[in-house]
Design a protein around this ligand. Structure first.
Ligand code: SIN
Length: 476
């Protein structure tokens, strides 16, 4: 923490105590710091304040909201190095990746600062001569969000920025593992002049209690969640009582397909980027690989060599590419999966050995069959199971054989095949000859049990807007 220059980013820190939450560093198990958590009554107060603030915020011209957001964006970028260090300390990802996430997170603020000025309505040709019809866009109201630990900044700004741009107030519960980044960007929003109560962060020792409060509170009109399908299911059910507008970005099970006409060097690079980003802890990480028989050996040998050269260690060390998993439970879970895979007949080509603390060696598994049960779940760790295929039709059936539908990837140079496969994959996002597809400019989201709603792009703003229809009568 001593290396964090802007001490105002740490203003939330408190002494250890009964109402203090300890934040652990997954690289060495030390405590990064303590922050206070709020009681349920305090969170309820925050929600009510958010409601009052929203009424004033939506009256501010879109251009004024945009200017404030732009100032926030600049402050985040001015503090990129400090925010990245804080992120590495509480989340574990390598510093270079954390720098990238700060810029990625800030890009949502910048994009929606612009996009908010374009919340256009429509005029509609009337159905009688004496009427004129139009639509206007209005903010949904108070928006709440529950965000995950794997992207401590970007998953907040991807929701907060469109909400604020649309004229909603916004209240977020970050993951209890990574609240420091949330409070740091909140502090920067305040310094940029964002009115108090328009943007708030709440933390409680029990995340479930906050979920209950958010879903049952009548004042909250929108709930956006990024996390597991299991928790998403519960939040959707709970939101039914107050008929909340919800957006759900849930689990993934991304297939990564390499056809026989692919550029293998490009495919290996894409596979590495997609699989090992954040040590495999993203919802869009490649979860299972399908490689055509004709190029299987070549792909596996080049990919394995590249995986062996990945440097594992504390995210603050120079050149580290794979940081720790978020906690010991995550590491134990990944080893249970590796052991199950081996029991079911998979071969470990590299990795697979436990390292100290929360670290896991990047692992490649071959002799994997689509029918193996360990493949049915999101791995969320640095493990790459590779399968062989010969027939495109069968391959597509297997690629779509999952309850999830977030992201899929494939490599091919045949334009007909590219269109056919892109259209046939039952996923919300498809990377074609590309392993990293996330950007503020495009709609991010899934189908099936990966959720609904889109974040980023034009669609991201729509998620926080209602369309109101106006009918003007008596026009002579
Ligand atoms: C996620 O893992 O949910 C987000 C990944 C991304 O934004 O690329």
């Amino acid at each position: 923490m001593d290396n964090i220059k802007n001490k105002s980013l740490l203003s939330i820190l408190c002494e250890p105590g009964e109402h203090a939450l300890a934040i652990d560093n997954p690289a060495d198990g030390s405590v990064v710091g303590y922050i206070p958590w709020q009681s349920e009554a305090e969170i309820d107060q925050c929600i009510n304040k958010s409601c009052l603030a929203q009424k004033l915020w939506q009256k501010r011209p879109a251009k004024e909201r945009s200017c404030l957001m732009y100032r926030w964006y600049e402050r985040v970028m001015d503090n990129q190095a400090d925010l990245a260090r804080l992120m590495t300390l509480e989340q574990g990802k390598p510093l270079a990746e954390a720098m990238g996430e700060v810029a990625y997170g800030a890009s949502f603020i910048q994009w929606f600062a612009e996009e908010g000025k374009r919340a256009y309505g429509t005029t509609i040709p009337g159905h009688t001569g004496d009427r004129r019809l139009m639509t206007i866009k209005q903010p949904v109201g108070v928006a709440a969000a529950i965000t995950p630990w794997n992207f401590p900044i970007a998953m907040i700004t991807r929701k907060a920025a469109p909400a604020l741009a649309a004229g909603c107030s916004f209240i977020v519960k970050p993951a209890n593992q990574t609240p420091l980044c949330a409070y740091a960007i909140l502090e920067l929003a305040r310094q940029a002049g964002m009115p108090e109560d328009v943007l708030q962060v709440v933390v409680h020792h029990s995340p479930e209690q906050v979920g209950d409060l958010f879903t049952h509170h009548p004042v909250i009109r929108k709930l956006s969640f990024t996390g597991s399908t299991r928790v998403g299911r519960r939040l959707i059910a709970q939101s039914a009582e107050t008929i909340k507008n919800t957006s759900m970005e849930l689990g993934g099970d991304a297939p990564f397909i390499v056809f026989d006409d692919a550029d293998i060097v490009q495919a290996v690079q894409g596979a590495l980027a997609s699989k090992f980003r954040n040590a495999g802890q993203t919802c869009v990480c490649a979860n299972r690989f399908y490689v055509h028989d004709a190029i299987y050996d070549q792909f596996v040998s080049q990919f394995t060599e590249a995986v062996k050269s990945l440097k594992v260690g504390s995210g603050l060390e120079d050149g580290v590419q794979i940081g720790p998993l978020i906690d010991v439970q995550a590491k134990e879970r990944i080893f249970r999966t590796i052991n199950l895979a081996v029991e079911q007949g998979a071969t470990i080509v590299t990795g697979g050995k436990p390292l100290d603390g929360c670290f896991v060696e990047p692992t490649v598994l071959t002799d994997v069959q689509h029918s193996m049960s360990f493949l049915r779940e999101e791995l969320f760790g640095p493990v790459a199971p590779i399968m062989r295929f010969t027939n495109d039709e069968e391959l597509l059936e297997q690629a779509n054989d999952t309850i999830y539908g977030l992201a899929a990837y494939f490599y091919s140079r045949d334009i007909s095949r590219i269109w056919q496969v892109a259209e046939a994959l039952d996923y919300g996002m498809v990377g074609i000859n590309e392993g990293i597809i996330s950007t503020e400019l495009a709609p991010f989201g899934g189908v099936k049990q990966s959720g609904f709603g889109r974040e980023g792009g034009q669609e991201g703003l729509e998620a926080y807007l209602e369309t109101k229809y106006l009918c003007f009568g008596g026009i002579q």
